[in-house]
Design a protein around this ligand. Sequence first.
Ligand code: GAR
Length: 187
Amino acid sequence: MVKKNACIFISGKGTNLSNLIKKSRDYNFPINIRLVVTNNKEAKGIIHAKKNSIPYIVINTNSRYFENQIITNLNIHNISFICLAGYMKIISKNFLKRFRKTIINIHPSLLPKFKGLNTFSRILKNKEVKTGCTVHYVNEKLDEGNIINKKSFFITKQDDEAKLKYKTQKLEYFAFPEAIYKIFKDN
Ligand code: GAR
């Protein structure tokens, strides 16, 4: 199979990045990770790029030219697919116009519920019965693109924010790779 060249955008720990790197070693997994982009020079996830000799760039989103810097690097590495894995910045309309290929995102709630930030505290406050994660296509609206994959679990009385995050992320490590398989299964 001809694998797509993918770029993963991160802002934090990069546990999803690490999981996708592991999956990409599988012959049948549809992507190879060729580039990592982060807006946070302190992002712990950079270590996974370093350890696996994957090129990475740190961008300064306050600079006027940061999108040019990203697009240039996407072109250099012939990237045709982007995964947002805990990237805590909004992808601009202009960027979507310039990168006309697929971008997907993972979000720690059952979309369309709880778009945006601070999902776990809002889920608890709202006394939800179930929660989970969603993988979706990225469009110009925040957390609103078509849904590719969702996984859920029942919330217990013992669940606080930390436990919800732990349980949600455990599901993310299945949901993200599954979504990628789904996207490319007919290609
Ligand atoms: C993930 O749980 C992801 O769902 C969330 O950030 C975490 C990143 O963890 N994304 C968002 O909240 C996006 N709105 P990681 O850096 O360990 O992969």
